[in-house]
Design a protein around this ligand. Sequence first.
Ligand SMILES: Cc1cc2nc3c(=O)[nH]c(=O)nc-3n(C[C@H](O)[C@H](O)[C@H](O)COP(=O)(O)OP(=O)(O)OC[C@H]3O[C@@H](n4cnc5c(N)ncnc54)[C@H](O)[C@@H]3O)c2cc1C
Length: 291
Amino acid sequence: MAIRPFQLHRPDSLEEALALLDEHGDDASPIAGGTELLVALKARVLHYEHLVDLKRVRSLRGVSLDAAGGIVIGALSTHHELANDPLIREHLPAYATLSDNVANIRVRAAGTVGGNLCFAEPHADPPALLCALGASVLLEGRGRSRRVRMEDFITSDFTTEREDGELLTRIEVPRPASDRTFAYANVGHLERPAVGVAVGCRPHGGGYSYDVWVGAIAGRPVRLAAVEQALAHAPRADAATIARRTAEQAASELEAHDDIHGSADYKRHLAAVLVGRMVDQATRGQAKGNK
Ligand SMILES: Cc1cc2nc3c(=O)[nH]c(=O)nc-3n(C[C@H](O)[C@H](O)[C@H](O)COP(=O)(O)OP(=O)(O)OC[C@H]3O[C@@H](n4cnc5c(N)ncnc54)[C@H](O)[C@@H]3O)c2cc1C
């Protein structure tokens, strides 16, 4: 099906982009890589009279360190750029690996992390790991800006906290403590993950404490607090076994549904298996000193 006609705007600055979104209101949509939006426009699931192309807005590009050593990721960064970025590879190696495994090279080359988060397709990789990393997103509108924690940003399938007229301009990841390790893996048989699990691990009170997030299974990433609690005083050697056992119970209570990626029960099973594996991987990373 052909896309219905629209007017393409190509602003050079954030101010110009925000002014265009303000001016055209509901009739306008931002577009970054277009990997999701163009498909929806072609299928005529969506239609906008005005598209505001963000590609020329240089301030939305790149990765940098802030004054506190946190990592600032421009919304327009593509998955491919993030997989190969020296700062991401050095400070957030688990995120670099995640980015390198998103979709296929064509989607990685055009698709941006900002587009991924704003579209909020539930079968996505970045949200769960960004939650485990304690990330926030910066939303900017005309003359206003606000920070939203990643764990609050996606509210359900295809729905976020972003309001009309706002752009997601950057993702802020606090400086990862040097003694904290992260692991992420997904399982999927189609192009997108059926389930993804992110685990953060750090030394605590003679053992380790863990952050455990499951992504893709529900409309938003879910924290498995019961698994975190069960692991709080676990001996290192037993962590993966305890995680797997408690994750089975915790996953059985996860809201999930049958879809083309598998049945709800199958996805719950995958989640429990991945939690065990990622806890093991993150704990081994501690022994090796990987971040
Ligand atoms: C075949 C295929 C396989 C895929 N596999 C995976 C996978 O394995 N894992 C995974 O995580 N993802 C996967 N994806 C999703 C992919 O990551 C996204 O398509 C991509 O990141 C979207 O970015 P984009 O720049 O193309 O967004 P666009 O299509 O340009 O925009 C998507 C939406 O976000 C809005 N938007 C974009 N940027 C901003 C911004 N800065 N501020 C506010 N709103 C904005 C747009 O208005 C639009 O509503 C896959 C996609 C495809 C097509």
